[in-house]
Design a protein around this ligand. Structure first.
Ligand code: GDP
Length: 356
């Protein structure tokens, strides 16, 4: 690479899927909450639609399981809206917008209809994933070890408690096998590309969350580093999470940017109901930290954001934009080429949706 190359590694984008009530929201809340209670300012950054957890914070939460010096990926970006509906509408270049996923399965309930649906989507999109076998703390006789890595906690349980948890875990491993995935308890997995790691966790006590973060980081670093390589100064590329009316701004787009950089004043092309929308960014907005509900101003303006990040785009003419559609910054390439790229990507998404 030449000296003035601006290639860099971005944060992997993580999605959380699973059956209703299996603990997706609680797990995300736990990850955000533990990160914040690690104390330091900048422990996490709340984006529009996503939460960024920098490598240093991941390491603080995961202890010995994640050593900063072993990684050069900058952290993890969690999409805040869990569920496979949002996952399957969020695409990038024909693949899934998320680079990696957490499939949450209640240890007591095992696979349920939406677990099966989520598995199908993960298979179809070829998205690497880990299974969080959640609610381990509800195992009869469980002795909780808040925020601990799961292996020492598991080893320290009574034989009875461990046996009951094992029964549930092996049932899930069997269900994964029925679905065509070879899986095992994560501490037995040698090759995470070939085998799915099952991590017992509790979104309530935080047990197993260090392990979950360690496996996400490890998987991303080992198998997805090339995909995380981006041209930091290049034209921004993103996917619309949601089209939202905001007072004072009209229709806005909540977007996850997965490549390049996006700036105030940029011309963008966005997938629309009938045809691509060409417009100019009036403002880029992030949630204002600690904004009180009744405070008038909920957003801070930022001049630019680089991948991977969530951001709100305020611009004219966004009424017909659609969730899941591509967003492209027009910088050095002809406008017609960008419009064509957006059109063909949109056509691909529509075909997929009709298939479902
Ligand atoms: P979602 O529908 O998948 O987002 O599930 P929620 O996060 O809303 O959780 C559903 C219910 O399970 C809530 O009452 C949570 O408090 C509870 N729950 C989630 N995770 C755990 C856990 O690890 N342990 C226990 N005991 N309860 C949990």
């Amino acid at each position: 690479m030449s000296d003035n190359s601006s290639s860099s590694l971005r944060t992997p984008i993580v999605a959380v899927l699973g059956h209703v009530d299996h603990g997706k929201t609680s797990l995300l809340d736990k990850i955000r909450g533990s990160a914040v209670s690690e104390g330091e300012a900048g422990a996490i950054t709340q984006h529009i639609g996503a939460t960024a957890v920098p490598l240093e914070t991941v390491s603080e939460m995961a202890g010995d399981l994640v050593k900063v010096e072993d990684f050069d990926l900058p952290g993890l970006l969690f999409i805040d809206t869990p569920g496979h509906h949002s996952f399957s509408t969020l695409r990038s270049r024909g693949g899934a917008l998320a680079d990696i996923a957490i499939l949450v399965v209640d240890v007591n309930d095992g696979f349920q209809p939406q677990t099966e649906e989520a598995i199908d989507i993960l298979r179809r999109t070829g998205t690497p994933f880990v299974v969080a076998a959640n609610k381990a703390d509800t195992t009869p006789g469980w002795n909780p070890n808040p925020d601990s890595p799961i292996k020492p906690s598991y080893d320290g349980q009574s034989d009875n408690a461990r046996k009951r948890l094992d029964e549930n875990l092996y049932r899930i491993i069997g269900e994964l096998s029925d679905a065509g995935f070879s899986a095992d308890l994560y501490w037995r997995v040698q090759n995470f590309q070939r085998n799915i790691g099952v991590i017992p966790v509790s979104a309530l006590t935080g047990e197993g969350v260090p392990d979950l973060l360690a496996v996400l980081m490890g998987l991303s670093q080992r198998f997805m580093k090339e995909e995380m390589e981006i041209d930091v100064g290049g034209p921004g590329k993103g996917t619309v999470l949601e089209v939202k009316e905001e007072r004072g701004f009209g229709s806005t787009l909540d977007v996850v940017v997965y490549d390049g950089i996006i700036r105030e004043g940029d011309t963008i092309v966005v997938g629309g109901k009938d045809e691509p929308i060409v417009t100019e960014i009036r403002a880029l907005l992030q949630p204002r930290p600690n904004a009180e509900i009744r405070v008038e101003k909920r957003f801070d303006r930022v001049e630019e954001v680089g991948a991977a990040a969530g951001v709100k785009i305020a611009a004219p003419d966004l009424d017909d934009a659609i969730a899941g559609a591509p967003v492209r910054v027009v910088r050095d390439q002809p406008l017609a080429d960008v419009i064509e790229a957006v059109e063909s990507e949109l056509a691909e998404i529509e075909v997929e949706t009709e298939d479902n």
